[in-house]
Design a protein around this ligand. Sequence first.
Ligand code: FEO
Length: 173
Amino acid sequence: MAMPPELEATYNAQITMEYGAAYSYLGMSAWFEAEGLPGMAAWMRAQSAEELTHAHRFLEFVLDRDGTVELGPIAAPVLDFATPLDVFRRSLAQEQAVTASINDIYALALAAKDFASNPLLDWFVAEQVEEESSVQQIIDDLVRAGDAGHTILMIDRELGARGGVEAAASAEE
Ligand code: FEO
């Protein structure tokens, strides 16, 4: 079942955006690694891997709908940050941009009566609520920590647990 060309174009743009998010999180991970915060680095690596799965989901959907996949260029990610809080604030801004983009696709799909898009987009709408919420929680924790180095280290260790769990899960796949 083919979809309207303008909808196909927005799905293709979304594939590139998700790859861009993966690349951006990789840059954030490298910065944390260099700063001696391996837990946050692992969290960002896991986040980067998750973005790739998002890109692939959209890509497979375009193919399933008899569309043509087009991959756009990805800008070099930011590699220099001021503080861990700065990184996570940028991460939240990135997630908010992704949410807005998915909402735009949803509006376009509804206007075009492309109801086959609904299950995929519903999944992403729920996923974005979760993504924004988890980053916001980390921001709140870092704001509360302020300059307290030992608290930042505690947050780092806690976030490292996610990176380790997800790396183990993907190794089993
Ligand atoms: Fe794929 Fe974090 O949005």
